[in-house]
Structures are given as C-alpha cells and as structure tokens.
Design a protein around this ligand. Sequence first.
Ligand code: CP
Length: 332
Amino acid sequence: MNAANPNESFANEAALQLDASGNLRHLLTLRGLEKALLTDILDDATGYLTESGELPARGRSLAGRTVANLFFEASTRTRASFDLAGHRLGADVLNLDVNTSSRKKGESILDTIYTLEAMQVDIMVVRDASAGVPAFIARHALPHVSILNAGESDVSHPTQGLLDVLTMRQHKGAIDNLTVAIVGDIRHSRVAMSASHALGTLGVGELRLISPPVLAPDPEQVPGATILDNLEEGLKNADVVMALRIQRERIGNLDGIPGIDEYFANYGVSHESMKFAKPDAIVMHPGPMNRGIEIEGSLADGPQSVITQQVTNGVAVRMAVLDRVGKTMAAR
Ligand code: CP
C-alpha cells in the first residue's frame, strides 16, 4: 500500500471501531459512535482529573502494554498528551521520530506498522495529512492491535472532539441546552468536524459554524449545523465560542482568503465580538493559536478563556481512551 483509500465510507469506519461485543477497539472517528459510549468516555476522563497543584491521576491498566506515537504531521498538544497518558497508565511509550524513520527512505506505512507489530506494540496513535490512513492501518493491523486517530487531514480528530465536549460539559453542564459557535476555517478543520460529530450525537441545542464563505464547510459533512458568514449573527447569545486558526498547510490556493487585519476585523474572536455572546460565555481554542488573527491575545488569557483547561482535559480524555482499548484487548 502506498496510498490510503479515501473512499472508504464513514459507516464502515464507525463499525470497524468496535469488536463483536461492542467494545471500543480502535478510535477512528466520533461519527457513528453511540451517545452512551461517548458519555462513558467523558465520565471516565472526568475520573482522571485532579485539582491543579495535586499529583496527576495514575493507573496501572496498561502495565506491560506498549503504545507507539506515529505523528507524520507536527503536533505539540496531542503527541505530548498521548505520551503522558500512556506513561500515567503504566505503558511503555515509544515516540517514533518520523523525520529519521524509514518512511523517509520510501518504506510504506504498512511496512512501518508491521515492523512495530513485530516489536509487540499494542496501540498505535497515528496522525497523518492524508485522509483514510488511520482506518487503512486499522484494517491491516493484527487482531489484538488498536489504532487511535490523532488527527487525520481535514477529516477527523476524535480525541480533540471528546476533550472539547468534556470542557463544555464541565463549564456549562448539559450539552443539549447549549448554543455553540465555532468560528474560523471550518472547511479545513478536523477539529470542527469531530466537535460537530460529538455535539450532534450528544444533542447540542444549536451548533453554528461561522466563517468567510471561502472557508465554509460542505453542509453534508455537518448535518444539523447552522452555517453562517456573519460573526454578530453567529455569536448572538452563544454559550460557547470556539476560535479556529486558518489551516494554511491544507489550503493550496490562498486567493480569496482575507488578509490578517480584515480577517480579525470580521472573524476575530475578541473582547469586542464577544459582546454578542452571553456575558458568561466561555472561549475555547484547540491550539495552536495565532494571536491577533483568529483570537485576541488578551481574551485568550482572560477569565472567559478555558483554553488551558482544554489542554488538561486532553490528557484525561486520552487516558480514558487508552484505558478503554486496553480493556478491550485484555478481554480478548
Ligand atoms: N489541537 C491539536 O491537535 O494540537 P496539536 O497540533 O499541537 O496536537
């Protein structure tokens, strides 16, 4: 194999994630996963949170297991948090340096996977710029091996979606009462896709996706969401406002995308634009942030911001997912 098959349907992908008993084996997408499973993962993640200043939660459920992080795209938060999550559950954790890996010499991704399986790696955490890669690997992995999607092109970032809804639930309670506004480059954002999948399944009150028309999503990819190009309309009475950066690495032609000043004036999440949202609205950003472009720096650092809480929740969510697939493995 040298290329993933992007035509594999999400329904097949969703079914591939569960074993014959309905337990989570791989995490490839949130689309198609049941509300009860999402809620269980969020509840498990909550159990891994401790107060700031206390020691982080630890467990031994992955003792003897090996987790490999395979990030074929840059990452700070996701890679570091999977690393910490694996260690905190007692696993051996291997961070493959993709810049010096044999993929650089033309080795296919499956040969890399088979090589790691031969070293008895149990869980592979995969980030890739091409759509379909995590599911492709999952289809070819040994029966006891789990594949976790850590960010797939503009398609899916399921643990990010989980940590985002966990953060909303912590600060705002039941998701079904909420108006959530996501602002920015929706078209190229796997974060927006996974958030919309999770929020849809959890029955969000209203999801608004706000962007310049050139960065708007395909409506078929975000069923149930309201697509808007006016920031005031989009933020009006919102409970949650999430800013997204422009995903320049996934945009071939930047023609038609507003310049920085115009973009910030029309789509920047700022003290000024937050006046349209509810006074107690929370401000989120998945990172990495471009201050002064999609979000005002002092707002990101201010009392409405829950951005660092999202990062904390990322470790807890990844512990919950690793623990769950470890239990599925142990039950085989
Ligand atoms: N939010 C997110 O995926 O961040 P990283 O690219 O740093 O992992």
